[in-house]
Design a protein around this ligand. Structure first.
Ligand SMILES: N[C@@H](CCC(=O)N[C@@H](CS)C(=O)NCC(=O)O)C(=O)O
Length: 214
């Protein structure tokens, strides 16, 4: 039995944060497929009762521990392995600052924006335009930061970078714009993260791709 189990599915950038971290630290882990689209599994009473009361994926199981929220998983895994760990109070707070900004304003908008464009029953031009406007501004903020140093906190990658990876590697067609091209410092950072031993694309790392509809 593998040491870690991760409830996840291939289209989830939120889950990709945890899956990528597990792979980059060389953990012994296996995915547990969450049927988010067809079965609406996260919305079932059973899932909320037995897996996650917040009705979300990812969920990380480690022995008797069951963790939800990718930021909590990244913190836990870096604390336990010492890998990608922010060191000292200043770095810890700085990592937290970028993880919260990412969760709320970068990938927190990229996820719903991509969902509306690719997976929702109907397109919603007003909502898409709102999210695209916010994304342009917020990706610009990250781009400016990454133009100053190779990684969010400076010279080495930390859990703040792994959090930021969430939706960025999904195909440009799914967003209708090319993040790596439009934000060159993010594009260069993506190449650096991709070069880390253990990096795998979300569609290969987690189960459920391609999506079977109907
Ligand atoms: N902040 C959470 C976000 C998790 C999240 O929103 N996951 C989506 C899948 S990508 C989900 O399960 N949504 C449930 C729903 O919309 O019912 C994290 O980083 O773990």
């Amino acid at each position: 039995m593998p040491e870690y189990e991760l409830y996840c599915f291939a289209q989830s950038g939120n889950a990709y944060r945890a899956a990528l971290m597990l792979n980059l630290i060389g953990a012994d882990w296996k995915p547990i497929y969450v049927d988010f689209f067809k079965g609406g599994e996260t919305r079932t009473p059973k899932y909320r009762e037995e897996v996650n009361e917040m009705g979300e994926a990812p969920v990380l199981v480690h022995g008797k521990k069951k963790l939800t929220q990718s930021a909590v998983m990244l913190t836990y895994l870096s604390d336990h392995t010492g890998k990608f760990k922010p060191e000292g109070e200043d770095e810890r707070l700085e990592a937290l600052r970028w993880i919260i900004f990412d969760n709320q304003k970068v990938n927190g908008f990229l996820g719903p924006y991509r969902f509306l464009r690719n997976f929702a029953p109907a397109r919603d031009p007003g909502a898409e335009a709102f999210l695209k406007g916010r994304l342009t501004g917020n990706l610009g903020i990250v781009d400016k930061r990454l133009a100053k140093a190779p990684y969010l906190l400076g010279a080495r990658p930390t859990i703040a970078d792994i959090s930021l990876a969430a939706y960025l590697y999904y195909p440009a067609e799914e967003f209708g714009f090319d993040i790596a091209k439009d934000f060159p410092a993010i594009g260069a950072w993506m190449e650096r993260i991709k070069a880390l031993p253990g990096w795998v694309h979300p569609y290969e790392l987690m189960p459920g791709y391609p999506l079977v509809r109907g």
